[in-house]
Design a protein around this ligand. Structure first.
Ligand code: M6R
Length: 397
């Protein structure tokens, strides 16, 4: 297979997406013990949550073109004309990567006005999904080895379509077999929970949506403000991590709950799904993520003293609607943990616990609001005696 190797995606000496790797000279790696690799952190999950200011910065590095208010990538391997011909995007992924894909859907719709659908890779691979020549498949995967995602990629390539991959592991099967794509450059993710890969996926999807938007309808001004807001994200994540002790105090109060509901609207809905997945995966407790307004179509029936609701409610264009949903939960005696924007004084008396994230553009709020949810899931799991880095056994409580 021929490939066009872009210079930017070879910064880490890995094969560029779509490139068949050449035989490499053998290198002796200096393997450290697990404990040494974790450094001062008790678990890889916590270490990787704390790496996010750096991993997001790395995902953005060399990709922001302020002059053109544009994103640049080294390994997309499609021409601008080919990208302009795309009139529909299908995203296939699993688990956390699929949640990042849902945010990618909203981003591509908002910034590039591109119809986008997100599929469970495990369903997509067995369906005869209609694809015409202007449809682009984008697969998202941290490992690059998820079999359902790989099978979907192979089927669509077999039919003669282009497939791009958003991938973290450079020498993975998906990275090799995709026509092109974008690396996360997040470094190895050793914890079973995907944390830093999620924020890196969202960061590069924002850049990809900017790229698709700027070759279509997105103004220079809007492109520039997205780039400026993205540049602030690493420091903003750092400031959220400084609330770690506060998140742990909240976790102490709720660690015995057996059920959690997690709500969000618009860009915060996939974040709610991701927060619920983290709680389930780490602690084996029952947690469901919902679009907040759907609570009136049944989940509200589960709300009581023993079932906390976590609301992802940054001050965005839908905030006042979300706040009304919080009031409805409170009317039903439910306990509420809210994640909202710094400076928002309108919630503190309506909720039991409150965590703040800095102000950013609506479409970038997932990069911030997911961090307290990751920390909450981590601390609840630790308090319940779960092995957070290998969550395969039953919890002790
Ligand atoms: O490597 P991938 O991103 O393809 O993996 C997909 C899922 O298995 C993965 O995101 C899983 O849901 C996470 N461990 C959740 O934390």
């Amino acid at each position: 297979m021929q490939s066009i190797v872009g210079p930017l995606d070879n910064r880490f000496g890995v094969p560029t997406l779509g490139q068949v790797p050449k035989p490499m000279p053998i290198t002796h790696l200096d393997f450290k013990s697990e404990a040494a690799e974790r450094g001062c952190f008790p678990h890889f999950m916590l270490k990787e949550i704390f790496e996010q200011p750096h991993t997001v910065a790395s995902a953005l590095s060399d990709r922001l073109d302020h002059q053109a208010a544009m994103a640049r990538f080294g390994g997309l391997n499609l021409s601008t004309a080919e990208f302009r011909a795309v009139d529909r995007v299908v995203i296939a992924a699993s688990g956390t990567s699929r949640h990042a894909g849902l945010i990618g859907e909203y981003l591509l719709e908002e910034l590039a006005h591109l119809p986008t659908e997100v599929e469970y890779a495990s369903e997509f691979r067995y369906r005869n999904a209609p694809f015409d020549k202007s449809t682009l498949l984008l697969v998202i995967t941290q490992s690059g080895e998820t079999s359902d995602t790989l099978a979907g990629l192979r089927e669509i390539r077999r039919r003669g379509h282009k497939v791009l991959a958003v991938c973290n592991v450079g020498d993975s099967t998906i990275a090799r077999e995709a026509d092109g794509g974008i690396y996360l450059h997040a470094g190895p993710e050793r914890g079973v929970a995907s944390t830093k890969s999620f924020t890196s996926q969202v960061a590069v999807l924002a850049l990809f949506a900017l790229f698709m938007g700027r070759i279509r309808r997105l103004s220079r001004e809007n492109g520039s403000s997205l780039l400026r807001a993205l540049e602030e994200i690493p420091a903003q994540i750092q400031s959220i991590l400084e609330q770690n002790n506060h998140v742990r105090e909240i976790a102490l109060k709720y660690a015995r709950a057996e059920d959690f509901l997690v709500f969000g609207r618009q860009y915060s809905f996939p974040v709610a799904l991701e927060g619920a997945l983290k709680l389930k995966e780490m602690s084996h407790i029952h947690a469901e993520g919902y679009p907040a307004a759907e609570m009136n179509h049944h989940p509200i029936a589960f709300v009581d003293e023993a079932t906390p609701s976590v609301f992802v409610a940054p001050v965005d264009q839908i905030y006042y609607e979300a706040r009304r949903n919080i009031e409805e939960i409170r009317a039903g005696e439910g306990r509420v943990i809210a994640i909202t924007t710094e400076g928002n004084e309108t919630l503190s008396r309506k909720v039991d616990e409150i965590l703040y994230v800095p102000q950013t553009l609506d479409c970038l709020t997932p990069l911030l609001t997911v961090v307290p949810l990751q920390l909450l899931a981590y601390h609840i799991a630790v308090l319940r005696g779960c092995d957070v880095d290998k969550p395969v056994t039953s919890p002790k409580v």
